[in-house]
Design a protein around this ligand. Sequence first.
Ligand code: LMR
Length: 399
Amino acid sequence: MSLFDSVTQAPADPILSITEAFKADSNPDKINLSVGVFVNDSGVTPILETVHESEKRLAASNTTKSYLPITGSPKYASLTQRLCFGEELADSFSGRIVTAQTPGGTGALRVAADFIKGNLNTNSAWLSNPTWANHKGIFATAGLETKVYSYFDAKSLRLDYPAFLESIKAIPSGDVVILHACCHNPTGADLSPKQWDEVAGIASEKGWIPLLDFAYQGFGSDIEEDAYAPRAFAKAGLPLFVCQSFSKNLGLYQDRVGALHIVVGSEDESKRVASQVKIAIRTNYSNPPAHGGAIVETILADSDLRTRWVKEVDDMRTRIHEVRHQFVTALADAGVSQDFSFLIDQKGMFSFTGLTKEQAITLRNEHSIYIVDSGRINVAGITSHNLSRLVSVLKDILG
Ligand code: LMR
């Protein structure tokens, strides 16, 4: 008998385990379209020039590795609020946005979930169908009951806006609704500004609480346009949670850099909310790692670095957009009968291809092409080197 006889085998992570399998594959022609990581046309996830530059500056000026405050650097809070809400709105909400620097967007989601469970009068978190594979685990582990609202039509592989509206209109007051601010993960199907305004109106009327997962700012349309949703909800005067990530738009995946912003109604509320957010953090990871946040701070605070960074984000987005076109054209040219034009309208790194779990397994086991079992692909993983093999395998599988 061992103490650990009672421990059962947990299922592998549906996204990260695919990358582990990819790494273990010795096929030189293997293709990884699973995890949401940007790669350039050479198949490399680059360190941004502006990140290099700010790391050099930090190495020259850093004097200490002492702890940050529980909610992180106040300067980071102010700069990330401004990036999320824009200068004007951030100023008008001064003292009413509680911000915590967090280990990645995932850290922000978990702190938000713990805060909601411990302090708000709700037990339900609503997730889009489908959603990022980790959402359910994060909110369920915090003790919330997870429910789903309609979002995507699996037949047309497009947003089902009428079904979505009907679904969110039925969500009870006080429940938390997790929405993807831009570049919906896993479908790439986003709401238009007009639709966001309508959704903010529904949240206001029904009294449910919006929580925006904001991990891809700049990968959809541009840095400013992609921030439409948090700004629309804030302008509507709603209490709001935003979970921001800098993994993708600064390429800081392994540095784990994010922020939780909570928009509240008054300075008094802000003090009480901040005190409880601190408890959620202190009892979890105590205070955030500093390095990645210092990089973000350096870039956002320096107008030259910031302008260069915006251009780097524009270049990443342009590459993804071009790859979408090349992929759709190559599929059509190869004679694949299915119409994949929906891929062109989708935003960000991901698309739902409609490929089945069986087809995903065949791609993996027989062709060393790694996609998530749900049929999600990371379009950014397609390069001029792997495009023709990918298309020819898909032609065989889809006919
Ligand atoms: C993804 O969806 O692939 C990314 O957000 C990475 C992750 O942690 O799952």
